[in-house]
Design a binder for this molecule. Structure first.
Ligand SMILES: *Cc1c(COP(=O)(O)O)cnc(C)c1O
Length: 388
């Protein structure tokens, strides 16, 4: 009803227009924020155009949902209060005894949801090294859902998507890909056959660090009614105001991502050449173990860069407090550059031994590279490294 068909246009055009046509009544170029909880009915059980209650139907949310579905190449999109609410709602489609096979270096909050809450409701979880092609050869035959993030957080490991998708489908499982780090600008897993794409729209999709939200986009039109039922029944929908802010940010996704990727490459090259840096992790560097896969699977290499300082957490703490342009904060994907230490911050909920076993060292520093001038970012990193 709302979305103009933009699918013949290139991504940069669709990202600006998808999900909304100027309003028929007023010509409004941007969707109004429909701050209404309910809608008048013409007779009992006769709502106008199907609009009954805002948890179920809201024009502003529909505009965002349709835009995300278009950009990911999916049949339908659903948006939520947070990325976690999107993941939680997907889990609600499963039942006790269902097996989920997940990558072993997930976002900390996703691991916490799986390991503490979802297990209490009888879901079974196996964790594998999703970057290892051979790990996909022997999925348990009773797997119902496969869940991966690529690139992963914080180690920026890649899942070979086509291998994982084919492996999931071979055992009759569905596969969900958390596309938060990549965004549909860099990769579109549904077009490779994945069943679900997840986003924390808090990050690159909204892009301005001013709203928390999540999204789930589905490939198969036949799943639409059931997913809508779960979103509505669980009540995990985002507000019209949050949907508006997210859509406003989304319009500039392509130009922001171009700059994020350009700056991140410059920063990664600088860090890799710096004598005080032990190791730099960026899929765009030839030294990344999956650089060749990244070149094939992704349109560019993203805005996240990680590196290790030798000597553990103390030098890492000194380094982050010497930075002036980078703000010390969790989260990522906004226009401003952020720095954080995964071990004591975003990944603190993972036990220390598990953290080290999967390669998250205490001296690991994670950078979310913003869209500032690259030279200023590099100068800031340089002066902070010089204090060590
Ligand atoms: C932030 C994040 C989430 C969780 O999203 P929220 O919006 O914070 O609930 C999930 N996955 C990844 C990869 C994230 O970075």
């Amino acid at each position: 009803m709302l979305a103009m068909s933009t699918s013949n246009h290139q991504f940069g055009t669709r990202v600006v227009h998808a999900g909304w046509e100027p309003d028929e009544q007023t010509g409004a170029v941007m969707p109004p924020i429909y701050m209404t909880s309910t809608y008048v009915q013409d007779a009992p059980g006769k709502p106008r155009n199907g609009f009954e209650y805002s948890r179920t139907q809201n024009v502003t949310r529909f505009a965002l949902q349709d835009a995300l579905a278009d950009l990911e190449g999916g049949a339908a999109g659903f948006t939520f209060t947070s990325g976690m609410a999107a993941i939680h709602t997907l889990l609600l489609t499963l039942k006790p005894g269902d097996r989920v096979v997940a990558g072993n270096d997930l976002y900390g909050g996703t691991f916490r949801l799986f390991s503490t809450i979802a297990t209490r409701f009888g879901l079974l979880f196996d964790y594998i090294d999703a970057s290892d092609t051979s790990a996909w050869q022997n999925l348990p035959s009773d797997t119902r859902l496969v869940y991966v993030e690529t690139p992963s957080n914080p180690l920026l490991k890649l899942t070979p998507l086509q291998v994982a998708i084919d492996a999931a489908h071979r055992v009759g499982a569905e596969i969900a890909v958390d596309n938060t780090f990549a965004t549909p600008y860099l990769q579109r897993p549904l077009q490779l056959g994945a069943d679900y794409v997840i986003h924390s729209t808090t990050k690159y999709i909204s892009g301005h660090s001013d709203v928390v939200g999540g999204a789930l986009i589905i490939r198969d039109e036949a799943r639409k009614e059931d997913m809508w039922f779960h979103q509505n029944s669980a009540g995990t929908v985002n507000s019209p105001f949050d949907a508006f802010l997210t859509l406003r940010g989304l319009r500039t996704l392509e130009v922001r991502m171009e700059r994020h990727c350009h700056n991140a490459m410059a920063v990664a090259q600088f860090l890799e050449a710096h004598p005080k840096v032990a190791k730099t992790i960026y899929p765009g560097l030839a030294s990344h173990p999956q650089h060749e896969l990244a070149t094939r699977q992704m349109h560019a290499f993203g805005g996240m860069v990680c590196f290790e300082l030798p000597g553990g957490e103390q030098p890492a703490r000194a380094f982050v407090s010497a930075l002036k342009v980078f703000a010390l904060a969790e989260s990522l994907g906004g226009v401003e550059s952020l720095v954080e230490l995964p071990a004591p911050m975003t990944h603190a909920s993972i036990p220390a031994a598990t953290r080290r076993a999967i390669g998250i060292e205490d001296g690991l520093v994670r950078l979310s590279i913003g869209i500032e001038a690259a030279d200023d970012l590099i100068a800031d990193l340089q002066q902070a490294l010089a204090t060590l």
